[in-house]
Design a protein around this ligand. Structure first.
Ligand SMILES: [Zn+2]
Length: 327
């Protein structure tokens, strides 16, 4: 009897310390910065967590400006999950507006990040055009708008199924720390989810393996797929650099088109968050195929095969395979 009473007192004290009501009927309210993280949280948290994304499906995280309603959302959060690596440049402003003093967890922690390349190191590199366009994009940013600057490392690490497994582990630990009573539940769901990620990764590795290495070049609008490219040996050339903001100059565009012709780049892809105009122009001028929309920084609006993280990864891979496969 005595022991039971002590346990319940210590549990109550723990809840009090964490700022939760003693009755835990309500799910944990976890706010994520964007839709992809929101789904990872939902997959791990199940029905113990209410997962809310500040930047919803089909919305561009790069040009996001927080609204007053986002401050309200954040005020009631038990936990905030962000990507990190300077992906959420808008966050300090929002945290301040909301007066949010709660826990902030960077899902990207522990992931080996890819540094943005320095143009001068790659003067003889065939991907010079891409690097050049990217560097210009950044320079433009530094000049005009600091709030969308990405920093020195590529933050789009969720585009690798291997890296995403580290995201899931970090989310599992953050949920368990905030809500220790459901640790076993979170661990089980995270383990199952990681297994599903591994299975999809193995399947996709085998599919990309069938495509000759020389035929694995494509063009996308913004520089978001390099972790996917690393995973499956696909070269992604991009039009807009990492920020999805600055447009390439006429000279850069001409350089990219020339590179595509010289290297027989087969396909161009639009993204759900980018304007299709330039991509359409490039396809016209090079005769490259236009693939299905790729999902970079936002999920599709449900119902759609890409309305979950795993669905998105499968969708993107199939869209690439469809145009890269030799006829
Ligand atoms: Zn991006």
């Amino acid at each position: 009897m005595k022991k039971t009473l002590m346990m319940s007192v210590s549990t109550m004290m723990l809840y009090a310390a964490l700022g939760h009501p003693v009755a835990m009927a309500e799910p944990l309210k976890v706010v994520s910065s964007f839709s992809i993280l929101g789904d990872l949280v939902h997959q791990v948290g199940g029905d113990k967590v209410q997962s809310i994304s500040i930047i919803g499906p089909e919305s561009d995280a790069h040009s996001f400006e927080p609204r007053p309603s986002d401050a309200k959302t954040l005020q009631s959060a038990d936990l905030l999950i962000i990507n990190g690596a300077h992906f959420e440049a808008w966050l300090p402003k929002l945290s301040q507006a909301a007066g949010y003093k709660g826990k902030v967890v960077e899902a990207i922690q522990g992931v080996p990040l890819r540094a943005y390349e320095d143009e001068h190191e790659h003067e003889h590199d065939p991907s010079h055009t891409q690097t050049h366009a990217h560097t210009e994009g950044h320079a433009h940013h530094h000049d005009h708008d600091h709030s969308h600057d990405h920093g020195d490392y590529d933050p789009h690490a969720w585009q690798s199924l291997e890296h995403a497994q580290m995201y899931v582990s970090t989310i599992r630990d953050a949920l368990s720390e905030t809500d220790p009573d459901n640790t076993v539940y979170y661990q089980k769901r995270a383990a199952d989810y990681i297994q599903a990620m591994q299975a999809l990764n193995v399947r996709l590795l085998a599919e990309f393996e069938k495509i000759p290495a020389s035929q694995r070049s494509v063009v996308t609008s913004h520089d978001a797929f390099n972790y996917l490219g690393q995973a499956y040996g696909v070269e992604f050339l991009s039009l807009l650099g990492a920020s999805n903001q600055a447009e390439p100059s006429a000279k850069e565009l001409a350089g990219l088109i020339e590179y595509m012709r010289d290297n027989r780049v087969q396909a161009v892809f639009m993204e759900n968050i980018s304007s299709p105009k330039l991509i359409e122009q490039i396809a016209r001028e090079t005769g490259a195929k236009v693939g299905k929309h790729l999902y970079s920084d936002a999920l599709a609006k449900a119902p759609h095969p890409a309305d979950t993280y795993l669905g998105m990864m499968q969708w993107n891979a199939e869209a690439l395979l469809e145009v890269l496969r030799p006829d």
